[in-house]
Design a protein around this ligand. Structure first.
Ligand SMILES: Cc1cc2nc3c(=O)[nH]c(=O)nc-3n(C[C@H](O)[C@H](O)[C@H](O)COP(=O)(O)OP(=O)(O)OC[C@H]3O[C@@H](n4cnc5c(N)ncnc54)[C@H](O)[C@@H]3O)c2cc1C
Length: 448
């Protein structure tokens, strides 16, 4: 029987290991941290539950729902109520709901009249000449400046903590890119897609926001239990892989050599060359060509909520508005048990491409910043939180910018040269949790 190693016990690695175990394949997971779950870590204290990494996923790929089904864990899948469709954007001195239909689209103060009526001309606008055009130019050209400033820019800082000036839609938002590339227009492409029949599997994908009951760590626990904790080795410091006679020899600080037929790597793209020293000085340097944005995620919990109604998914801050936070998620409005009854749990994001310097501020400095921002944005009469917790991620989100095709090419060249070596992780294939689940499952099934 083939012996397979998975490097990394985050969502990608655990999903891969789960599908391998489900097919009775011998697998060992190696993790450098002392904990399992990668960036997914839920904390609990005094009646509050909060995330220190990803907070909400979208069931955008059928594989996400299928993972819960295959784990027999539908009972822990939580989807947000319809109220999550309300998304707020800060403009002027207040929050405005992002329009959800033609009438609210016409009435919203977020977009200019020129861009509101300009939408009618979108199907007739010419296609891009440069396929690697950045998102700012893509949106400005097709939809207009105000839609870039008050919808797309805040979306990019909410998802990538990045800037539309560097994100390239062809790599970061391939579905959106394809609407223009294949159909010449967003509107025409959307109508065309709506008319296409959907397979039973495709129907499992939707726009619902998901988490797990008790926080995302519950999903990690289920994966760990299925794989078997004895197959997941944590604390593997300075792990390195050598290529020996068509097999892969793994060692880490204090360990002996372990030989494997195949290796699935799910760490950061930045770490590829250090983990596999035989790839160094061999023409594969582009594999580690990636830029990350830094984020501080601040959990703020209140036993009694006295601010404005938290009647939505959250609020995003456009760059133009010069606020010091990127956005706020109303976590206790989305999922159960996040705060005591009558209270609230908010996730506040600081830093990103706009203000990386805030991420390394002290907890006290961040508390002052978050206090000033939340008080004015959410009309909180007295800022006296019962829980305040800061999680800093210096290399939070890989940016799908112009480096992406080089990285993809290098990954493909490595896999072609070294059979049995599979490179995954969020440096390619998307950053969202559904993307991670899809990739982990695909790489596992490709081995079976
Ligand atoms: C702050 C933050 C907020 C986010 N919010 C969201 C969100 O709301 N929704 C969403 O969909 N996505 C979000 N994301 C993105 C998403 O969380 C990630 O893309 C995804 O969880 C990454 O999973 P992964 O398994 O690929 O990587 P990771 O979770 O990073 O796991 C990789 C694991 O590999 C280990 N590893 C790496 N190299 C080695 C090595 N050489 N030896 C041994 N072990 C190694 C690491 O220690 C780590 O545990 C967020 C990310 C961050 C950082």
């Amino acid at each position: 029987m083939k012996k397979i190693a998975v490097i990394g016990a985050g969502l990608t690695g655990l999903t891969a290991a789960f599908y391998l175990r489900k097919n009775n394949i011998d697998v060992t997971v190696f993790e450098s941290n002392n904990h399992i779950g990668g960036v997914i870590q839920t904390k609990k204290k005094n009646g509050f539950i909060w995330e220190t990494g990803p907070s909400t996923g979208v069931l955008a790929k059928p594989e996400a729902l299928e993972l819960f089904e295959d784990l027999d864990a539908l009972s822990i899948l939580e989807t947000a109520p319809n109220l999550a469709l309300n998304r707020y954007i800060w403009k002027g001195k207040k929050l405005h709901a992002l329009p959800s239909g033609p009438i609210s689209g016409l009435l919203t103060p977020l977009f200019s009249w020129k861009d509101k009526f300009g939408i009618l001309l979108e199907p007739f606008r010419p296609k891009a000449k440069n396929p690697d055009e950045n998102l700012s130019s893509f949106v400005r050209r097709r939809l207009g400046e105000s839609i870039l400033d008050y919808a797309v820019d805040p979306f990019v800082s909410g998802v990538y903590a990045g800037s539309p000036d560097t994100i390239v839609p062809r790599y970061a938002l391939p579905k959106l890119y394809d609407l223009e590339a294949k159909h010449g227009s967003f509107i025409r492409g959307t109508f065309h897609k709506m008319k296409q029949p959907k397979s039973a599997q495709d129907r499992k994908a939707n726009k619902k926001t998901f988490s797990a009951r008790g926080g995302l760590s519950s999903l990690i626990e289920r994966l760990t239990n299925y794989i078997g904790a004895e197959r997941i080795i944590t604390g593997c410091k300075e792990l390195q892989v050598e290529f020996q006679d068509s097999r892969y020899a793994i060692s880490y600080k204090g360990s002996e050599l372990n030989l494997f037929d195949e290796v699935i790597y799910t760490g950061s793209a930045k770490g590829v060359l250090n983990t596999f020293p035989f790839l160094q000085n061999a023409g594969f340097d582009d594999a580690a060509e990636v830029r990350y944005t830094a984020v501080a995620e601040v959990a703020v919990g209140f036993n009694k909520w006295e601010g404005r109604p938290l009647d939505g998914f959250g609020a995003l801050m456009p760059s133009k508005e010069n606020r010091r936070i990127l956005g706020i998620l109303f976590m206790s409005s989305l999922f159960t048990e996040r705060a005591p009854t009558g209270g609230a749990m908010l996730a506040v994001f600081v830093g990103g491409e706009r203000h990386p310097e805030y991420v390394t501020q002290s907890d006290d400095e961040l508390k002052k910043l978050v206090q000033e921002e939340l008080t004015s944005i959410l009309n909180i009469p007295r800022f006296n939180p019962d829980l305040f917790d800061v999680s800093r991620h210096l290399k939070a989100i890989p940016q799908y910018d112009l480096s992406t095709p080089k990285r993809q090419k290098a990954f493909q060249a490595i896999e072609k040269k070294y059979s049995g070596l599979h490179l995954a992780g969020n440096g390619i294939g998307g950053i969202g949790m559904a993307d991670r689940i899809r990739q982990g499952r695909e790489v596992a099934l490709s081995l079976i």
